[in-house]
Design a protein around this ligand. Structure first.
Ligand code: NAG
Length: 330
């Protein structure tokens, strides 16, 4: 009696095991099918956008009248090949209306450089309104020059960009769309973060966090002006309202003008900036921001500016704007 019960139990156990492994293999198969289906879907989407269907099918221009464009404000320093390359590229972007080159070199731009750039701007703007290209010549060499007020600016929107960074036009357009939805905000591609330094007592001391910090936490409180849209009113604010001590500090240390601008905008709006996802191509040699030791100086700037403003104006967020046509799920 005992023996047969034992055998019976073993049999039941065996059946159970078989059933479990069968369920397991069905799950794996479903998973595999899903993987294959998604891969095919991804390839199809890629192919569609490669052939140019997707972009035409869902072109936003069809739904709205032509809107006013933006101005490129490009900071440059003795790297004429990079300048030529980036101006040639951006001139081909739709909705670009004018280009201002911030010039702080002791010698004015040469005629051949001017000629090349004007030619590039006109060549690429074919079929559209002519792109206006201008040099804003500064006598003094200071980082504050990049935010000097421009009285006769043609557009409300300014795209501030370094001469050694290239974004595809579609990426620039996306950021411009985002800016149009939030014209008081800074809208950019290079996010940075600050946080309270808990090791230094009273919560009044801050640390500047670079790319890794943003990547790790998914949070940011600044977008750097080396690639950002903002309203032209902030150029006037920077020039006329920014405390002289901060401008002096920026000029003397040759650093942190971008943090200063982030403080200014955050102080005026009480809101965080907006990070836009985009492809970045750096065409020059590496910038200093990727090296170590750099964050020390940036941390000093943040704390210095907090003292000057009398409070920490920066606001953190984890919002990121993406092009929904290239996003997988919604
Ligand atoms: C910061 O904001 C305050 C309150 O709106 C304002 O009074 C002050 O002038 C602003 N500071 C700067 C430097 O813009």
């Amino acid at each position: 009696m005992r023996g047969s019960l034992l055998i019976h139990r073993r049999g039941v156990q065996r059946i159970r095991q078989l059933a479990i492994s069968a369920i397991g293999s069905v799950k794996i198969k479903i998973l595999l099918c899903c993987c294959i289906a998604f891969t095919l879907l991804a390839l199809a989407t890629r192919a569609a956008s490669f052939m140019g269907w997707a972009d035409h099918a869902v072109s936003l221009d069809r739904f709205s009248k032509p809107r006013k464009g933006y101005t490129i404000l490009m900071n440059t320093w003795k790297r004429y090949d990079l300048l030529k390359q980036s101006i040639s590229h951006y001139s081909s972007c739709g909705r670009l209306e004018s280009i201002h080159i911030v010039w702080s070199e002791p010698n004015p731009p040469s005629d051949s450089l001017k000629e090349f750039l004007n030619h590039a701007a006109q060549l690429n703007s074919r079929g559209r309104q002519k792109i206006d290209l201008r040099f804003d010549i500064n006598e003094e060499d200071s980082l504050n020059n990049r935010f000097k007020e421009i009285k006769d600016l043609k557009t409300d929107s300014v795209f501030s960009i370094d001469d050694d960074i290239i974004f595809p036009c579609s990426t620039v357009e996306l950021a411009f769309d985002v800016w149009q939805s939030a014209p008081d905000a800074m809208v950019g591609f290079v996010p940075r973060i600050h946080w309270v330094d808990k090791s230094k007592g009273n919560g009044e001391h801050f640390i500047y966090g670079g790319w890794w910090s943003v990547w790790w936490t998914g949070t940011y409180s600044m977008v750097l002006s080396k690639a950002a849209f903002f309203h032209r009113k902030y150029l006037s604010l920077y020039t006329n309202e920014m405390p002289a001590s901060i401008k002096e500090y920026v000029s003397r240390n040759r650093n942190c003008e971008d943090i200063a601008m982030s403080f200014l905008v955050a102080n005026a709006t009480g809101a965080p900036p907006i990070w836009v996802k985009g492809k970045i191509f750096e065409i020059g040699s590496t910038g200093i921001s990727s090296l170590g030791g750099h964050n020390e100086k940036r941390t000093q700037c943040v704390n210095r500016f907090v003292d000057e403003f009398g409070r920490m104006p920066l606001v953190s967020t984890s919002v990121k704007a993406v092009d929904s046509r290239s996003a997988w799920f919604w």
